[in-house]
Design a protein around this ligand. Structure first.
Ligand code: NAD
Length: 526
């Protein structure tokens, strides 16, 4: 680490979103193909656990596979034992006093270096995402760009929160407010944004001065191992983070319940999030705090297509939101709620577009959709398709697409009522329910008829209806006349209502406060 910090919050250029690579350019296209070849040459390598800088192994292994070609092993990882997980928490606890007192400017500078490294290794990270998570080229590019954005944004946010924060001055006193970190954080990440969400949650915790134990998804441990390389190269001290791979069920409870765990930052399914919330609420012997839980969970996101919508734009918005990354985004559109005046025309156009989408290996840039993440998820989606056949009218798709990978056809059910399971339950795949609304009131009623409240979108040209949606559509992220996926750091702080989570608003000005506690200091002046 260099000795002097090279910037202040006033000299740092303002945040801007990372531009996406343009793969239609021959040089960029070639660079991506070279990165795919270079990453492929590393398939099957074994990766260690990282416990406060120590590389350790366990006897049980966790292979990660390429869902486009399941016989290919992308990386071999360790299944951490309970003792290793416990050791990671203990070591993080021991180092917390050092890292928490490292100046905020130094921590922010380290995070900016992480952004620079990610930018330099962008094509390589794209390739890991393509092979391990089944992302197409543009989806991988968006994931890595978002990770870079989180680093750049949270570094600036930390400098802002480092103060000063003007307080009302009580006569005869100097009154101040400062933000201090919490302690040891357990970071539990999903596979669907295996770099962006992992990076966002981890770096928010680290830049605010906490130490972390990172538990990535068992489906995407190689991406997490590569991210740990970035943290180390950027200069985060080895003792400030541990990387613990293994099944969530085997070590998750232990990490959450440990009395030295101060907070849990989780993104994943509703069931796991609720379990973590419940376990974390119960104090353990020796624990002297209430654990904080940041839990971002599932969605059942709706797009309303009004009678006064631009139908062409609505069809494209629904298509991309429902089938981009195979519908495996928490923000994905899984319900299209369409005014009866335009229902038939909308459905016919949407089905024609869905049937034109190419599905196949994610490393082939001609494919719009890649594979489902794993066999279990694919079977669960196919099970929902069978349920859907009893609940609505299957108008396209409904089965596997060709090839050895976990490929599914884009699937659309029409005439789906609000009581249907495929209208209420998160399927997390390329399955869209289309419902008929009598009018705009009914459309809003149907959209809100869900225990979730993550994203939603409305297509209409009517200003009054837009205003009503702003007030009445109960979601954490509302979009007007655009898709309901693709939240941008800084522009669309992200997080949902109700069973979608704690509305933490990642990538927004409130987020880092979740990793801090405020201390008020009043000093009597003589
Ligand atoms: P998941 O809940 O199955 O797993 C998430 C993480 O929790 C994984 O690392 C897993 O190993 C771990 N885990 C599993 N059991 C655990 C336990 N008992 N204790 C502690 N950790 C445990 O979710 P997933 O399949 O990885 O991700 C998909 C889900 O995530 C979907 O529901 C999706 O909507 C949601 N998601 C939400 C957001 C958001 O911002 N709201 C973003 C992305 C994904």
């Amino acid at each position: 680490m260099s000795s002097a910090v090279a910037f202040t919050k006033d000299t740092l250029p303002p945040f801007r979103n990372e531009p996406y690579a343009d793969f239609s350019r021959p040089d960029t296209h070639r660079a991506m193909q070279e990165a795919l070849a270079a990453v492929r040459a590393q398939f099957g390598r074994e990766y260690d656990l990282l416990v406060a800088g120590d590389r350790v192994r366990s006897s049980e292994k966790l292979p990660s596979i390429n869902p486009s070609a399941p016989e290919e092993v992308v990386g071999v990882h360790q299944r951490a034992t309970p003792e290793q997980a416990r050791e990671a928490i203990e070591r993080a606890f021991r180092y917390f006093p050092v890292w928490s007192r490292t100046p905020a400017e130094r921590r922010a500078e380290t995070l900016l270096r992480a952004a620079t490294i990610l930018r330099r290794r962008k094509m390589e990270f794209n390739a890991w995402l393509i092979y391990e998570a089944g992302k197409t080229w543009p989806e991988a590019e968006a994931d890595v760009s978002e990770a870079i954005d989180f680093c750049e944004y949270y570094a600036r946010e930390m400098l802002r929160l480092a103060g000063p924060h003007p307080m009302i001055q009580f006569p005869g006193e100097r009154d101040e407010l400062i933000y201090i970190p919490l302690g040891v954080g357990v970071i539990i990440a999903p596979w669907n944004f295996p770099l962006a969400i992992l990076t966002g949650m981890t770096t928010a915790a680290l830049v605010t001065g906490n130490t972390v134990v990172i538990k990535p998804s068992s489906d995407t441990p190689t991406i997490a191992a590569k991210f740990a390389e970035v943290l180390a190269e950027a200069g985060f001290p080895p003792e400030s983070f541990s990387l613990i791979t293994g099944s969530g069920a085997a070590i998750g409870d232990l990490l959450v319940e440990h009395p030295k765990t101060r907070f849990i930052c989780f993104t994943g399914s509703k069931d796991v999030g609720l379990r973590i919330n419940e376990l974390a609420a119960r104090p353990r012997p020796g624990q002297i705090w209430i654990k904080r839980v940041i839990a971002e969970m599932g969605g059942k996101d709706a797009i309303i297509v009004d009678s006064e919508a631009n139908l062409e734009r609505a069809v494209e918005g629904v298509l991309v939101s429902a089938f981009g990354y195979q519908g495996q985004k928490c923000s994905a559109c899984s319900r299209a709620i369409v005014d009866q005046a335009v229902y038939d025309e909308f459905l016919a156009r949407l089905v024609a577009r869905a049937e034109s989408l190419r599905v196949g290996p994610a490393d082939d840039p001609a494919n719009f959709m890649g594979p489902i993440i794993n066999e279990r998820a694919m079977n669960s989606i196919l099970h929902y398709v069978e349920i859907g056949k009893q609940e609505g009218r299957l108008v396209t798709g409904g089965g596997r697409a060709g090839g050895p990978g976990y490929f599914l056809q884009p699937t659309i059910f029409a005439e789906v009522g609000p009581e249907a399971r495929i209208f209420q339950e998160e399927i997390f795949g390329p399955v869209l329910a289309v419902s008929r609304a009598r009018d705009f009131d009914h459309a809003l009623e149907l959209a809100n008829c869900s225990e979730y409240g993550l994203t939603g979108s409305v297509y209409t040209t009517n200003r009054e209806k837009i205003n009503r949606a702003r007030e009445e559509f109960f979601v954490g992220n509302l979009y007007i006349n655009r898709k309901c996926t693709g939240a941008m750091v800084g522009c669309h702080p992200f997080g949902g209502f109700n069973m979608s989570g704690t509305d933490s608003k990642a990538g927004g000005p409130d987020y880092l406060l979740l990793f801090l506690q405020a201390k008020a200091i009043g000093e009597k002046l003589d």
